[in-house]
Design a protein around this ligand. Structure first.
Ligand code: NAD
Length: 549
């Protein structure tokens, strides 16, 4: 399991205690601590000015400052980084006053253990993130800006516009689960957000990632609404998330976390209410645990409570690879329209998880040469083409691409700027920005990830004639086949793979054609056209249902 990296600034003038703290931190099983030292307040302020720290451990009694003054002077220089006071037994009153004044926690120096120290640090960081970052997310800002632009052009009713700017229902849980082997309970923040309940049940993935916040989940739920509407599926958008790094958890810990997540949100989900699916950091196994927990709760098997589950439990053939396959269909269709021969085309794919791996596989099956691929561990370049099957085998055995011998290692930021015909960002949001968009060197950007391009970058790419196939269209293959899985589950039927792929292709190419017609008619880019197509449908449905009461 990968360890989480945490940068600590230890402000302490007692060398014996400093050594003890360093020793205790090296014993942590789950985190990798890098400790920097400062023996005076002045040097601490200096270090905070130049370094980036996740947490400060602060002794209030220093050679150049004493008592609460130490805390307030440090705080005045850095409003953001969480501070944990290191206190002697005699100074507890002072330490608790510092906590009242905004320090995250205090720890008694006497009898301090590795477990109390590392947990206090972990939760100080978590609480700081929870306070600062829930709604103020750059992703939510992006989703709202995209929506406002399309709503303005489409002339959407202002009452409906206001309603759609934020999700209809949100629930946050501080969710406990047991760690392996030790008598330790971890508490993480978890979310389920339903954006629109007008169109039918809500639908959306579940993301496990250390930077998940309410704002991010809300943005993803909005994009799900537009995606489902654009595909004409009878769903509103939803999304779930847990702020945790799944790479630091064992399989048993993931199972306990997932079952607890399901039970915390059991009132919100259900085959007629809200249907989760895999997203970043989650997979078919996690869907199986959700289905099992839900079924245990109601007393009978309910496969349709999730999609993206294993086929043997009622999952659909083709769902696992549907998002990447759908991306490849749409790229193929676009190449045909602009006269680009896929046998001579090159592609770069960022991300080698579910979406990126399958996108690369299906693009290369279409004859496209994949010259660059990255994951969180490394970026690889090979102008002659990377052997996708061998990369897949390598990742199956090693979890990540790092150490894979088939390409030259290049900096991750350079990957997106490689000269190619098709660039497929299939990992994270916010990858193509105003900063790098002028160096993007391709003909088609096919967005496998959600929100990889900022609004400014969109305009800059458009001005340069680069076609951006937007996320709500390009990565919709997953939700389309999820819909097929839900329908098959409700009817107790299974469709053959060929039928599923053909139906998906029809739904996607129809959405692409409608989007292109809209773009021409309204003289807008494909993203805005896709959004207008989607929100006109949601707007019409809202008017027809009317407002209760
Ligand atoms: P995943 O967890 O299976 O894979 C994510 C991949 O991104 C991994 O290979 C990871 O190593 C890589 N990655 C992480 N940080 C990176 C970085 N800084 N640089 C390069 N690579 C990095 O997730 P996924 O399901 O493939 O989802 C990826 C994106 O696609 C997300 O934005 C998700 O919301 C979106 N999406 C997924 C689906 C689906 O069906 N899984 C459907 C629609 C959209």
């Amino acid at each position: 399991m990968a360890k989480q990296r945490i940068n600590v600034l230890l402000v302490e003038d007692n060398p014996v205690y400093s050594r003890l703290i360093q020793k205790l931190l090296t014993r942590s099983e789950h985190q990798d601590f890098k400790v920097s030292m400062a023996g005076t307040l002045e040097s601490a302020i200096e270090r905070l000015g130049v370094g980036s720290f996740d947490v400060v451990l602060l002794d209030l009694m220093l050679p150049d400052s004493a008592a609460l003054d130490t805390f307030y002077r440090l705080r005045a220089h850095d409003m953001r980084t969480p501070i944990i006071i290191q206190s002697a037994m005699d100074d507890v009153g002072l330490a608790s006053k510092a906590v009242e004044g905004g320090a995250e926690d205090y720890l008694l120096k006497d009898g301090i253990s590795s477990a109390t120290l590392t947990r206090s640090i972990h939760y100080a960081i978590e609480r700081t993130n929870a306070r600062g970052a829930e709604w103020s997310s750059s992703m939510l800002h992006l989703a709202q800006q995209q929506f406002l632009k399309a709503a303005y052009i489409a002339g959407l009713d202002p009452n409906i516009r206001q309603r759609l700017l934020f999700p209809e229902r949100t629930q946050i849980a501080a969710l406990p689960f047991k760690r392996d082997g030790v008598d330790q309970v971890e508490t993480v923040f978890a979310y389920r957000v339903q954006h629109v309940l007008t169109m039918g049940p809500t639908k959306g993935g579940l993301r496990y990632h250390p930077e998940v916040s309410l704002g991010e989940v809300a943005a993803l739920s909005m994009w799900m609404t537009w995606k489902c509407a654009l595909m004409k599926l009878p769903f509103g958008g939803a999304k779930g998330g847990v702020r945790v790094d799944p790479n630091t958890l064992s399989k048993d810990e993931l199972e306990r976390l997932t079952r607890r997540y399901t039970s915390e949100f059991i009132g919100m989900i259900g085959p007629d209410k809200d249907i989760p699916a895999p997203d970043m950091g989650t997979d078919a196994q996690i869907m199986a645990w959700i289905m099992d927990t839900y079924s245990e709760h109601v007393g009978y098997s309910v496969p349709s409570v999730v999609t993206g589950k294993p086929v043997v439990l009622g999952g659909s053939l083709g769902r696992h690879e549907a998002t990447g396959r759908g991306l490849a269909y749409l790229v193929g269709e676009t190449c045909r329209l602009i006269g680009l021969d896929t046998d001579r085309a090159t592609a770069v794919v960022q991300g080698f998880g579910n979406v990126g791996m399958h996108a690369a596989t299906f693009l290369s099956e279409m004859g496209v040469r994949i010259i660059g691929i990255s994951d969180v561990s490394v970026a690889l370049h090979n102008p002659n083409g990377l052997p996708i099957d061998k990369l897949k085998d390598y990742v199956r055995q090693n979890r990540q691409l790092f150490g894979c011998p088939y390409g030259e290692i290049i900096p991750g930021r350079d990957l997106l700027e490689l000269h190619c015909d098709i660039l497929a960002p299939c990992a994270l949001q916010n990858q193509i920005t105003a900063e790098n968009s002028l160096r993007i060197n391709c003909r088609i950007v096919a967005e496998g990830a959600n929100g990889p391009t900022t609004l400014e970058a969109d305009d800059m790419l458009d001005a340069r004639g680069i076609i951006v196939l937007p996320d709500i269209l390009t990565n919709a293959g997953g939700v389309v086949v999820s819909y097929f899985e839900w329908v098959q589950g409700l009817q107790n039927l299974t469709w053959p793979l060929k039928e599923i792929n053909n139906r998906m292709r029809d739904v996607l190419t129809d959405a692409l054609a409608r989007t292109q017609r809209r773009a021409q008619a309204e003289k807008v880019d494909l993203r805005t056209a896709a959004m207008i197509e989607a929100l006109s449908r949601v707007g019409a449905a809202s008017h027809l249902r009317g407002l209760f009461p």
